[in-house]
Design a protein around this ligand. Sequence first.
Ligand code: CTP
Ligand code: MG
Length: 239
Amino acid sequence: HRCAAVIPAAGRGVRLGPGAPKALRALGGTPMLVHAVRALARARAVSLVVVVGPPGEAAQVRTLLDDHLDHLDSTEVVVVSGGDTRQDSVRLGIAALPGDVDVVLVHDAARPLVPVDTVEAVAAAVRAGAPAVVPALPVTDTVKQVEPGGEPGRPEPVVATPERAALRAVQTPQGFDRRVLTEAHEKVPAAGEGATDDAGMVERLGVEVVLVPGHEEAFKVTRPLDMVLAEAVLARRRA
Ligand code: CTP
Ligand code: MG
């Protein structure tokens, strides 16, 4: 098997607030994207990383990676430009993969602190024959379902309360048999924000998706408080 990682990093980071594209913002003095690339490149299974950078910033991203990743053993790092949605960006990343890659891990740049063991576990499960593998954790908050399209500022009526024990919160890297992931991105229509993860698209093909244990440190940096947590996790690692 040859395993590659695709890292969508083309988002603006609107929920994080004004500033540089999220993937380029500093975490412990180093751009978040660099942490994410390192986390994937450190995995023995991964021999190629395709970074999908903000449109028009490929040169800047290339320079930034060259500055930070000189000692990155034998992992090749390629940079391409992303699109308007995460789904577009992942598709552009897949299109840059060489023909001999048969296992693909898709990992959010916004999950910079994923432990290498989680990456290895996902890759191993795909290599062992699962077409789609997702790291996941039990949900700690009770989740309510509401009617979509409620008015902002108005109290929202609750439609249902799914049984919490039957719910999982999913993370990345999500690992796939390359053909399955490619087919999902070719066939599943870009339904706006409908597909929030790649495994969800694969499910719509009728292909089985399985879960492996995720990790607390693979959380997604989305809002300002997540940066506080990420800095604290890094500081603890460095202590
Ligand atoms: N992403 C991407 N291309 C896009 C949108 C998102 O590659 N057009 C990537 C982000 O860079 C991120 C991952 O998808 O690594 C997960 O998306 P999210 O956390 O939503 O990041 P942003 O879209 O940047 O944040 P926001 O939605 O707050 O703007
Ligand atoms: Mg987004």
